[in-house]
Ligand binder design. Structure first.
Ligand code: F0G
Length: 458
């Protein structure tokens, strides 16, 4: 038989209880947290969809790897295991472990960034943008037009706008663009994939101007599976073969292993350029650690190596993509506006259409996030004007392009009944949407303000 029900391709060996709270308790917790879910104690959350980063359930084999880790300061066997697995997927010559993705970004952009430089990307994730800007360089998003419209269904809404990229290179000058980046899948744009054709075409433009192409590869396996499902010519290829082809067009990659390597901490910088690798290792020694552990323990490197093998399993990827799609389609059926089609690691509620009466300067996404917590103990994150809103020289508010609420699904953590409960909560909040209020910011930090900002309902 060809089963219709796609099941979790694992059984559960170890469990962690979740705590139920009352609405009155949650009202207090939320107020104490300044209406910012980042500041709520995780113990007071029932279903935690703040992030899919570092929240994966590790496998028995990963835990065995943890026990087996070699903690030698230099030349640890766990490093060589990690290096060989990363190399087998990326094909890159130099593999530099870092404690997470942003550490790889920090090293890379400290070396290649700086004032007067520009980094194009389909869409920078917030830490990537912050690291580019911290170096003095400018981070520029050149997402394809279709990716900017939440309600349009298209296969590869994460694609780079190739024409804009070429025009941008001509305008700013090759000498000012040390590298070009593509984020797979495009997290800030809805977890939408990038096609192989688009990666190839981006590479062709980069090659023409002699600009290195880097992948922000956090969710490379999910992207590879979307290519298998949606792009002609890839139906019969394995996720590994597709990933290898994706990386073959890149000259380097930054990776947060906290996503598609199924670990709680880890990352790497993969490079082909020897001089850049030498400079990066020198920076690594100053900021992270010796090149064979780079801010991690030997045991962490074992867990990453094993996780990278497990993520390529087709049963896993089918379950992963289908279970996120299940959530998205049920919400759409109930009328809840989301970015279509459902993304790889998360569903993004379109708060602009969910709460059309709350203007961007009153943070409609934050309003939805707060109500999800109050209603059902669900923690989500705003990806809109709280995260990306700015002020111009005169202090005038410039809203984000989109007002989204991300429901990021941790890998291998929640079962279908958790998801069914979640759907119930969201639909209930949607029914009450006319009663929701906007928010104002009462405190904000100068950078990455969403992590620590405090709010008050209006
Ligand atoms: N790039 C992308 C596309 C990301 O999504 C993240 C992290 C990073 C880089 C940085 O990696 O956290 O290991 O330093 N995203 C997490 C999220 C935090 O919730 O989406 P990191």
């Amino acid at each position: 038989m060809k089963p219709k029900t796609i099941i979790e391709p694992f059984k559960i060996k170890s469990v962690e209880p979740i705590r139920f709270t009352t609405r009155e308790e949650r009202e207090k917790f939320l107020k104490d947290a300044g209406y910012n879910p980042f500041l709520i104690h995780a113990d007071d959350v029932l279903i935690d969809l703040l992030t899919d980063s570092g929240t994966s359930a590790m496998s028995a084999k990963q835990w065995a790897g943890i026990m087996d880790g070699d903690e030698s300061y230099a030349g640890s066997k766990s490093f060589y295991h990690f290096e060989s697995v990363v190399r087998s997927i990326t094909g890159m010559k130099y593999i530099i472990p870092t404690h997470q993705g942003r550490a790889a970004e920090k090293i890379l952009f400290t070396i290649v960034g700086g004032p007067g430089k520009y980094i194009p990307n389909n869409t920078h994730f917030d830490t990537t943008r912050a690291n580019v800007e911290f170096s003095g360089a400018e981070a520029v998003d050149l997402l394809n037009e279709v990716g900017k419209h939440p309600e349009i269904r298209a296969d590869f809404k994460g694609n780079m706008d190739i024409e804009k990229l070429e025009a941008f290179i001509k305008e700013k000058g090759v000498e000012n663009i040390p590298l070009c980046m593509i984020t797979v899948t495009n997290n800030s744009g809805g977890g939408q994939p990038v096609s192989m054709q688009n990666i190839r075409e981006t590479k062709e433009v980069c090659k023409k101007y002699n600009i290195p192409l880097f992948l922000d590869a956090c969710r490379f396996a999910e992207n590879a599976y979307f290519i298998k499902l949606r792009e002609k010519g890839y139906e019969d290829k394995t996720p590994l073969e597709i990933a290898q082809e994706m990386f073959s067009y890149a000259d380097g990659a930054t990776m947060s292993a906290k996503k598609d390597a199924l670990v709680n901490i880890g990352g790497f910088l993969a490079l082909n350029d020897e001089q850049l690798a030498m400079n990066s290792r020198n920076m690594l020694i100053v900021t992270e650690g010796f090149p064979t552990y780079g801010g991690l323990a030997g045991r962490d490197l074992e867990a990453v190596a094993q996780g990278l093998l497990e993520i390529m399993d087709e049963h896993y990827l089918q379950y992963r993509i289908k279970s996120v799609e299940y959530l998205g389609e049920k919400l759409l059926a109930a009328g809840v506006p989301i970015i279509e089609p459902p993304g790889g690691h998360a569903i993004y509620i379109d708060a602009k259409r969910f709460l059309p009466n709350i203007p961007p300067e009153q943070y409609p996404g934050q309003s939805v996030v707060c109500e999800l917590y109050l209603e059902g103990g669900v923690r989500a994150v705003e990806i809109g004007s709280v995260m990306f809103g700015k002020y111009d020289k005169n202090g005038k508010f410039i809203p984000s392009m989109m007002e989204l609420v991300r429901l990021a699904i941790p890998r291998r953590v929640y079962t279908q009944s958790h998801i069914d409960y979640l759907i119930e909560v969201i639909v209930e909040v949607y029914k009450k949407r006319n009663n929701l209020k906007g928010y104002k910011i009462t405190y904000e930090a100068p950078m990455l303000r969403h992590f620590t900002a405090r709010f008050e309902p209006i």
